[in-house]
Design a protein around this ligand. Sequence first.
Ligand SMILES: Cc1cc2nc3c(=O)[nH]c(=O)nc-3n(C[C@H](O)[C@H](O)[C@H](O)COP(=O)(O)OP(=O)(O)OC[C@H]3O[C@@H](n4cnc5c(N)ncnc54)[C@H](O)[C@@H]3O)c2cc1C
Length: 443
Amino acid sequence: MPQRAAAPHAHPLVVLILIAGGAVAATSGCWSGMGSVNGLDGWLAWAGRLTGLLAGYACAILVTLVSRTPLLDRGIGSDRLARWHAVIARYTIVLSLAHMVFATAARIDGSGAGLLGGSVRLIVDGPELPEATVGLALLVGVGIVSVRKVRRRLPYELWHYLHFVTYAGIFLAYGHQLLGPDFLGDPLATALWLALYASAAILLIWYRFLTPVRRGLRHRLTVAEIRRESPGVVSVYLIGEHLRELGAEPGQFFRWRFLTRGLWWTANPYSLSAPPNPRFLRITVKAVGHHSRALAGLRPGVRVWAEGPYGALTAARRRRPQVLLVGGGVGISPLRALFETLPGQVTLVYLARRDEDLILRNELDAIAAARGAKVLYTVDETPGSRRGRAVPLTGRSLRALIPSLAMHDVYLCGPAGMTTAARQALRRAGVPDRRIHLEQFDF
Ligand SMILES: Cc1cc2nc3c(=O)[nH]c(=O)nc-3n(C[C@H](O)[C@H](O)[C@H](O)COP(=O)(O)OP(=O)(O)OC[C@H]3O[C@@H](n4cnc5c(N)ncnc54)[C@H](O)[C@@H]3O)c2cc1C
């Protein structure tokens, strides 16, 4: 397929500057009114106002970051967006709790009421405060189940669906925000705050809920064929209508919802393992749990909803004519599609535990021969391997392999442990961070 013009995408630094600028603008009233603050209750009220505004602003940003807006997703990448979301979520909870403590303490300090009784009466009697308190409790609850130790014990889907409670929490807390001193009697500030929340809600509803339904009806994707690639790894071929309109690029992934018993209620991410084309899409999946294992048993004709395309591991990231692709295990999937289509001089290093884990090898060899590129297979268990060659993931061994490595763009994909080790080795070999393009297979 001919190369498509790169889709528009937002630069991560620009997005961070916009987020920080928005936070300064949202709290400008606080900063300008600082000079007239007096006494302990005055300072407590000021701190309550500042933390409340920041927490309210952060809630709108949180929702926007998970809205799966293509502009953000293509520019920042889903994995980085998820990490930003997790960090901002922690700040939101801390700021919300601080806001509650400061605002309550300020009013009690002014009224002379007892600490516990005064706090409870304030919350129960205050307009919109009972709702806001329930909202905060929901946010804290989601925060607790997201702590790594707790999250590991929950099935992914349960954790994922519990996250929807966040929206209810944010909705419940919204009403009391407009009763604060920054909005009462200021229609412009109220309208801007409303616009901020409305934009976040519209992006979320449009991209996360309506777009998948609209696309499901338009493209009518179905499973065409299942092919076994190696023990525990299958490729799923999907056919449908108007596939070109999906706008997918090599290196991207979709969240796939297979409308069959036991699978319809979850949408899991899998990358395209062949360049998307008007005839079919293909994913290559390693069985690790319920969803990925079940794909081997899919029957042709099963309907599929594909949410996406997502991901920033595309040709748009390339800055240099020389490219190194480093894939680990089933992380080869998106790199296989890029290997065929990326322009320039491309080298592929493919790491796996054992010889039989090296999948799609015939295709990779054929692509390498067709474009005169170099492929290097490297397996951990060297003695048992037939063609594998161990290349340790160190800066020195990578530089020995490709002397001009520091001049390359590097696309890296695989499990977390492997990508972390590879990233360190690449940095040591002189490749700057901005030219290491990474997709991790775990969020
Ligand atoms: C961007 C991206 C692209 C991926 N591409 C591929 C690919 O091309 N081939 C491949 O074999 N694997 C790919 N994966 C990994 C694949 O999504 C998981 O292995 C699979 O979803 C596991 O689900 P399970 O029910 O089989 O196993 P489980 O045991 O339920 O899950 C194992 C782990 O997979 C992750 N996971 C599970 N469900 C989801 C979900 N809905 N969304 C995000 N993460 C989830 C969680 O970290 C979980 O702990 C990709 C992952 C990501 C994030």
